[in-house]
Design a protein. Structure first.
Ligand SMILES: [Zn+2]
Ligand SMILES: [Zn+2]
Length: 240
């Protein structure tokens, strides 16, 4: 498109920060503004190599967190951009509970920008999302996990599989439950419908928030049982 038309369009429809709405005309980007980005905390090293929890200490080696010393995870690694705090809570709740599906694009882009020396998107054969029960899907109208997974899939041209893993049991919202209750609530909630498509594959399961890990653990368990080679988790944020 010619620069004249581009300038004209930008004059009438200036790009705005997807998070705070500030006018970004002239920056040429539709990324969140620098002020919003500075309000989001990102995990850095040292962190737990298993669940990705950042320790916020100035220096030191990566080491297992107390949770991973006592938990038996079936996924190989879980990674989150940062803690579920501040602006991240606000943005995710607008996206998930207030129907701001347009936020899938900038949030998915942030996920696709995730960088870690021991984690590469090219390792994965398939991108999966955490399925919602049809009843919940009908209430909400969209699956936030699938919208994010689709963005990651597009960014790396890795096929998206939203059919193999299915939710067969309607469960109470995990947000209302304690840690042990969450595990119990989610047990038996998922099933793999199509073993062939995931058999022998390395899967990246994308979700919005890692809370206790009960949901992604249950998904990982059934996916591995159905023949997946490896399951890794990527979420926007995790409860710390
Ligand atoms: Zn902003
Ligand atoms: Zn850990």
């Amino acid at each position: 498109m010619g620069s004249f038309w581009h300038a004209l369009i930008e004059f009438f429809f200036p790009p705005r920060c997807p998070f705070c709405g500030i006018n970004l005309a002239g920056s040429g980007a539709s990324r969140p503004c620098s002020s919003c980005l500075s309000e989001i905390k990102f995990f850095a090293h040292p962190r737990c190599p298993r669940c990705g929890l950042g320790f916020y200490t100035v220096s030191g080696e990566d080491h297992l967190c107390s949770g991973c010393l006592s938990e038996e995870w079936d996924f190989a690694r879980a990674r989150s951009l940062g803690p579920y705090e501040g602006l991240m809570i606000e943005i995710i709740s607008r996206f998930k509970f207030k129907g701001a599906t347009r936020l899938a694009k900038p949030l998915g882009a942030l996920l696709a920008e995730y960088k870690d020396p021991d984690f590469s998107f090219s390792e994965f054969d398939l991108i999966l999302s955490v399925p919602l029960h049809p009843k919940r899907l009908k209430q909400r109208g969209f699956n936030q996990s699938l919208l994010l997974a689709r963005r990651v899939s597009q960014a790396f041209s890795i096929p998206l599989d939203f059919k193999s893993l299915q939710r067969i049991r309607h469960t109470l919202p995990q947000t209302e439950l304690s840690g042990p209750e969450r595990k119990k609530n989610i047990r038996g909630a998922f099933e793999v419908k199509e073993n062939r498509s995931i058999s022998g594959k390395r899967l990246l399961l994308v979700d919005d928030v890692f809370t206790t890990g009960a949901t992604v653990q249950e998904c990982s368990k059934v996916l591995l049982k159905a023949g997946a080679k490896q399951v890794d988790i990527l979420t926007l944020a995790r409860v710390v």
